[in-house]
Design a binder for this molecule. Sequence first.
Ligand SMILES: O=C(CCCC[C@@H]1SC[C@@H]2NC(=O)N[C@@H]21)NCCc1cc([N+](=O)[O-])ccc1O
Length: 124
Amino acid sequence: ELECSLTGTWVNDLGSNMTIETVKGNGEFTGIYNTAVSVYPVKIKKSPLLGSQHLPDQLNQPTFGFTVNWSFSDSITVFTGQCFVDNDGKEVLKTMWLLRSHADERGDDWKATRVGYNKFKRLE
Ligand SMILES: O=C(CCCC[C@@H]1SC[C@@H]2NC(=O)N[C@@H]21)NCCc1cc([N+](=O)[O-])ccc1O
């Protein structure tokens, strides 16, 4: 594949994996996210993702973003980041994310968004 086209299977530092389908001509893509962890000890299920990336033929090491709509919880994560090719030609996705959880009432809104970062590599 073209370097830093996100199509394929990726695994992150938490052991989560995601499979991204063919990236369309306008950079849009869909896929499935399988998280290795969740905030509460619940039955984790594969969840759909939707995203878009800048196209590697126009820009090298393109930026991207995607949203995961967790199918087992009332919460959403948005990831954004950039694909880098390191010295041995391996692609790395450096990302940051915001995890928005459902708040029972407006007063709980302040504590409903978590932030973090993940690094993804291709599953060889
Ligand atoms: O925990 C989740 C979903 C999985 C998030 C995985 C994160 S995304 C960033 C990071 N990177 C990665 O690979 N995995 C982690 N939601 C929040 C809590 C919650 C759970 C429930 N519930 O479980 O019923 C109900 C309502 C809720 O608000």
